[in-house]
Design a protein around this ligand. Structure first.
Ligand code: IPE
Length: 257
């Protein structure tokens, strides 16, 4: 078993974003089915979708402690909801009889952004982590995105040969908003010197939407590591990439290429 894969299942892929705390169970199983076919060590990061963003947005948790709001209930609830979403994933992993360990970031990470503090836990089986409400030295608590976890895992552990951001509903990075896009509007490769019309759904998203994903993906590519954005509704594309082939999706390349 050589090489490691760092993969994110975005919250918009594994949950129904419109309905609070609703998992897409069939999608989760189809993604875990792919993981069961991979002969490399896997680091799996998952997002929050409707298990995190709605309540975190309402209680403004990304801003940390605010004087006039009672945020404690929301901190507790979002943490519980994230454990629940994590359990849907790990139940599926168990059904496939795969070895794994989950490390909730609230237990080991402090702060947010690419420089958050904490030593990255690693398991011999699948390492599972997720976007979470974590403690913060200045703000008391904050939201750590799975995209930041992706950056740190992809660039800090040895021997990573493939980094994949699996998303819901889009084939990769598009030249126009998804509702207007045809198949010709998919960037096959993208580097930071190219523009894209990223829409950040601020009414839903408390982290950074596609903008944060692309920023972290470019930072990973800059280190010479292969990074892709793909549509996780087609899990075979994920497998193709892990096997070193190309697939429909966007390969992020560093600005210097
Ligand atoms: C967000 O994590 C975590 C919470 C809101 C608790 P992500 O930023 O990784 O989640 P998605 O992928 O956008 O849903």
């Amino acid at each position: 078993m050589s090489g490691k894969v760092v993969i994110k299942f975005g919250g918009g892929l594994i949950t129904d974003k419109e309905n609070m705390c609703t998992p897409n169970l069939d999608v989760i199983d189809s993604l875990v089915d792919v993981l069961s076919k991979v002969e490399k060590q896997i680091i799996l990061v998952h997002g929050a979708g409707s298990f995190g963003h709605m309540k975190a947005k309402k209680a403004r948790l990304a801003e940390g402690r605010l004087p006039d709001l009672n945020q404690d209930i929301s901190v507790r609830e979002v943490r519980e909801d994230m454990l629940l979403l994590n359990k849907y994933l790990t139940d599926s992993i168990q059904r496939y009889d795969l070895d794994y360990s989950t490390y909730p970031p609230r237990d080991w990470a402090i702060g947010t952004g690419p420089d958050f503090k904490g030593n990255l836990p690693l398991s011999d089986g699948i390492t599972v982590v997720f976007g979470d409400v974590v403690n913060d030295y200045e703000k008391e608590f904050t939201i750590l995105s799975g995209d930041d976890l992706m950056y740190r895992y992809a660039t800090e552990i040895d021997d990573v040969d493939c980094v994949i951001f699996a998303m819901g509903g889009v084939d990769g990075l598009l030249k126009v908003p998804p509702s207007e896009a045809t198949e010709n509007d998919l960037f096959k490769t993208w580097s930071p010197d190219m523009n894209f019309e990223g829409k950040h759904a601020t009414e839903f998203d408390v982290t950074g939407g596609i903008g944060l994903k692309v920023t972290r993906a470019s930072m990973i590519a800059e280190k010479g590591i292969e990074v892709w954005l793909v549509n996780g509704m087609y899990p075979e594309r994920i497998l193709e990439l892990i096997e070193g082939k190309t697939a429909i999706g966007t390969k992020i390349v560093s600005g210097n290429c």
